[in-house]
Design a protein around this ligand. Structure first.
Ligand code: FAD
Length: 281
């Protein structure tokens, strides 16, 4: 039996957050010894493009944990992508999660990269020493005509040079298993890490599910309805739900689990305490 990977995701603090916020997050998760920590990339033309590289630098050089830098394509020209890749390289980070990004109302896309696969090919050409990860969607991307069509596009992205996939959040493992079967049948052989986002608030789960076209299964809906008005109870139920999802994934031989920390180390730690021993077998 192989040991699945275990990785975490953090995001750059909002502009008005105190400077030390990211240290609080990293201090809270460093001793979990994840295989890597990935750092999201602000999107659109107004985001701070240097934050991801700065935080990834901190993770690698101060916390001595491998980092993966996210990078989005839609609102960047080639010069901006080159600049970001150089910043990552100077920070000691040569693994990039290459993403298209979402369309933002009222903002003009640049047009250098239409799909994530275009960015993947570009990074492979500019930085042949870089490792490129990609995103995937167990229930299909919200703009895709069908899951099968989305997987056809995923194959193009992997063939362009992606060696590792991380999924969008999902709440029903059966959706993930069905997806993996289809992906393997399509000839995609790279590892697939399952993205798990713990439930913290009922409203945010429903909002995220709607935005990503993710299904809320009946047993999760029951938890949301029962404890919608009790933050602490729902938080506890969410930790149990995520822990059970992870236990089931590991039992089914998942390649890895990528936990979205949402910069809440206490939640991450409680989940890890529940599942840690499952990763050591
Ligand atoms: P793509 O792979 O380009 O797919 C997008 C859509 O285009 C799909 O419907 C696909 O089927 C279709 N498509 C792809 N290739 C083709 C083709 N050749 N022809 C026709 N159609 C095609 N967003 C951020 O802004 N910052 C982040 O840090 C960030 N991190 C993320 C991390 C993970 C693990 C995930 C799952 C998502 C993340 N996102 C992030 C969100 C992501 O940017 C959006 O989901 C976006 O809508 C799609 O990005 P993609 O890279 O999957 O796009």
């Amino acid at each position: 039996m192989h040991t699945p990977m275990f990785s975490l995701e953090v995001f750059p603090p909002k502009r008005d957050a105190p400077v030390g916020t990211i240290y609080d997050t990293l201090d809270g998760i460093e001793d979990l010894k994840p295989d890597f920590i990935s750092v999201t990339y602000g999107h659109g033309t107004h985001s701070d493009r240097t934050a991801t590289a700065r935080i990834a630098n901190t993770i690698v050089n101060e916390y001595r944990i491998p980092a993966v830098a996210h990078l989005t394509a839609l609102y960047s020209d080639k010069a901006k992508i080159d600049e970001a890749l150089d910043m990552f390289e100077n920070a000691g980070v040569n693994t990039v999660l290459a993403l298209r990004g979402d369309y933002i109302d009222g903002e003009q896309v640049v047009g250098a990269f239409e799909h994530a696969s275009d960015l993947v090919a570009y990074i492979r050409e500019r930085k042949p020493n870089f490792t490129v990860f990609g995103a995937c969607y167990p229930e299909g991307h919200y703009q895709a005509d069908s899951l099968d069509k989305d997987i056809e596009h995923l194959k193009i992205k992997v063939d362009a040079g992606v060696t590792h996939l991380i999924t969008q959040l999902f709440y029903d493992n059966d959706d993930f298993y069905r997806f993996c079967d289809k992906v393997r049948a399509a000839g995609i052989t790279v590892p697939i890490e399952a993205g798990i986002m713990p439930v913290r608030g009922a409203k945010s789960v429903r909002r995220m599910a709607e935005r990503n076209a993710s299904r809320i299964p009946e047993h999760l809906d029951a938890l949301l309805n029962r404890w919608e008005g009790n933050t602490e109870a729902l938080h506890n139920a969410g930790i149990l739900y995520a822990s059970e999802q992870i236990a089931d994934l590991v039992a089914h031989g998942v390649d890895g689990v990528h936990l979205y920390t949402m910069n809440h180390p206490a939640t991450t730690r409680r989940i890890w305490r529940n599942v840690k021993s499952l990763f050591n077998e």
